[in-house]
Design a protein around this ligand. Structure first.
Ligand SMILES: *Cc1c(COP(=O)(O)O)cnc(C)c1O
Length: 356
């Protein structure tokens, strides 16, 4: 399928933002990719054109029944202006897994990758140079059939937008404070917790607000059935170092299979760390903090890569982890992954994909 490219006229191009004040999710590039789907016709009209508003019928099914999925990945600029993606095929496959779970249309992996590549290369001037900054890419699919009545939509819109984002920790790591939600849950077995469906995030906001009101950065989610096992932190996966083991909950249907999670597991094992994917009761975490065997905790995700945890609130008590400081393993993994992403070190795993 040939992607049509309609470039924005120079006079309509946006000025590039100050790279030292990018933040996250505030700036977007000059173009976007779109492609439409219709049952019987399949995907058609792939085009990269100037960034624009979407026109939707008020009955577009995404607005009523929540068929919406997305992905998040980044493009990085190397020292010699090389352009890299990090494990993009993982995001492409995960998007199709999300589509399958929500009865949405599958996208051919080759077409998806071609769109990603052409779009990033067209927007390459938008990939920032500042240390730790990158171009955040957001592929999204929404149901667009104009009809009420609950059924899988017969029409979809797939689009890709992107925007420059700053280093998450411009002034060094800032360990987060997390709040264990004992009342609200993120995902139950048989639900949609393992896919990147927009509805999961809407459902998580209430508990997040409680955590924020209590002065915490994120929610630590427990399993829905017993409220016993740790699952994820906010929209990131979670890791604990207890004794000489790096422990993370196993993927079992309620946990999002993070690309960063998988990279942390493989990289840590490669570095000789004893990694265990096993159910981890919150009481074991608390006991280990009290006994002093819990050395560090951190979350993993594309936005921050590694986010150290310095404090946990559980059962009306506050527990400090590693004196509220960033652990040495978190720091090591963070830098190793960054080196691979920016092309400043060898990539023994074949994760980095050079576009230019
Ligand atoms: C996106 C996401 C993650 C992290 O996935 P990455 O591929 O590492 O960015 C973890 N948990 C949830 C709920 C997510 O939405």
């Amino acid at each position: 399928m040939e992607i049509k490219i309609v470039e924005a006229l120079p006079k309509y191009m946006k000025p590039k933002p100050d790279e030292t004040k990018l933040g996250f999710g505030k700036h977007f590039t000059d173009h976007m990719f779109t492609m439409k789907y219709k049952e019987g016709t399949g995907w058609h009209d792939p085009v990269i054109e100037p960034y624009h508003y979407l026109q939707l019928d008020p009955t577009a099914m995404c607005l009523h029944y929540g068929q919406e999925i997305f992905e998040g990945l980044k493009a990085y600029r190397g020292k010699k202006d090389e352009i890299y993606l990090f494990r993009p095929m993982e995001n492409i496959r995960r998007m199709n897994a999300s589509a399958e779970r929500l009865c949405m249309a599958q996208i051919d992996e080759t077409v998806f990758f071609d769109a990603l590549k052409k779009f990033v290369l067209l927007e390459r001037d938008w990939i920032p140079r500042e240390a730790g900054s990158s171009l955040y890419i957001r592929p999204t699919m929404i149901a667009t059939e104009a009809a009420l009545g609950v059924h899988p939509s017969s029409e979809y819109l797939f689009f890709i937008i992107a925007g420059p984002v700053g280093a998450y920790y411009a002034h060094g790591f800032a360990p987060t404070k997390i709040y264990v939600s004992e009342e609200y849950v993120r995902a139950a077995m048989g639900g949609t917790g393992q896919v990147k469906a927009a509805g999961n995030y809407a459902a998580s906001l209430y508990a997040s607000r409680i955590a924020t009101d209590m002065g915490y950065t994120q929610v630590l989610w427990l399993d829905a059935r017993e409220k016993k096992y740790v699952e994820e932190v906010g929209t990131s996966n979670i890791f604990f170092v207890i004794g000489d083991e790096l422990i993370t909950p196993p993927l079992g249907g309620t946990i999002l299979p993070g690309v960063t999670r998988d990279s942390v597991i493989k990289l840590a094992s490669h570095l000789g760390v004893n990694v265990k994917e096993r159910p981890l009761p919150i009481t074991e975490v608390i006991d280990a903090i009290e006994k002093g065997t819990l050395k560090e905790a951190f979350a993993s995700g594309t936005a921050a890569i590694i986010s150290p945890v310095g404090q946990i609130y559980f059962h009306k008590k506050e527990y400090i982890i590693n004196n509220g400081k960033t652990g040495s393993l978190a720091e090591k993994l963070f830098h190793e992954i960054l080196h691979i992403q920016y092309g400043s070190k060898k990539d023994p795993f074949g994760w980095r994909m050079q576009l230019a």
